[in-house]
Design a protein around this ligand. Structure first.
Ligand code: GRF
Length: 186
């Protein structure tokens, strides 16, 4: 069975969803890694029997030093693929040049790269919102898009309903993309 490592920083709803949909069915979630010791996802993943490593980025003097430790811990698990699901870190070449990773981003890339993508797409004049999964490269949210899914906003859309639609798409698009990638072994 193929192995994945999941990186996250916060609530971990995508992490939990991946554990639920994929673990020991389509692949093995060998570990999750977070940069935030207070991430609510830590306890939830633990309850599902997934080991979580904490690498507190505030303990490192440079991005490269943090990335070096992250790469070291990832490599110890020998994963076939690394999945960034709500992992809020800008990565350096120390990471991007040695780890095969995909990232989940809550917009139709190349639109709205970076932080607050949901808010910025909601506030834009675009009729559609959506979600992208892309390869991680040196450019923030700029690697090749693997898959995207969109929706057309309704007339009475609020930021809350817009966000919920994005969450729902994330929870199908990301696991489907992982299954496809692992089975085609790209
Ligand atoms: C998701 O919207 C993801 O696209 C973004 O951060 C959010 C993570 O949420 N990059 P969660 O931690 O999976 O609940």
């Amino acid at each position: 069975m193929k192995k994945i490592v999941i990186l996250f920083s916060g609530q971990g709803s995508n992490l939990l969803n991946l554990i639920d949909q994929l673990h020991m069915r389509h692949c093995e979630v060998v570990a999750a890694i977070t940069n935030r010791p207070d991430a609510p996802g830590i306890e939830k993943a633990g309850q599902q029997g997934i080991h979580v490593d904490i690498i507190d980025h505030t303990h490192f003097t440079s991005r490269e030093a943090f990335d070096g430790e992250l790469v070291r811990q990832i490599n110890a698990y020998k994963p076939d693929l690394v999945v960034m699901a709500g992992f809020m870190r800008i990565l350096t070449p120390v990471f991007t040049q040695s780890v095969k990773a995909i990232n989940l981003h809550p917009s139709l890339l190349p639109l709205f790269k970076g932080a607050k993508a949901i808010e910025r797409s909601f506030e834009s004049d675009k009729a559609d919102g959506g979600v992208s999964v892309h390869w991680v490269s040196q450019e923030l949210d700029g690697g090749a898009v693997i898959d995207q899914r969109s929706f057309t906003r309704s007339e009475d859309e609020t930021l809350e309903s817009f966000t919920l639609k994005i969450r729902k798409i994330e929870h199908t698009l990301l696991p489907e993309t992982i299954i496809t990638l692992l089975s085609s072994d790209k």
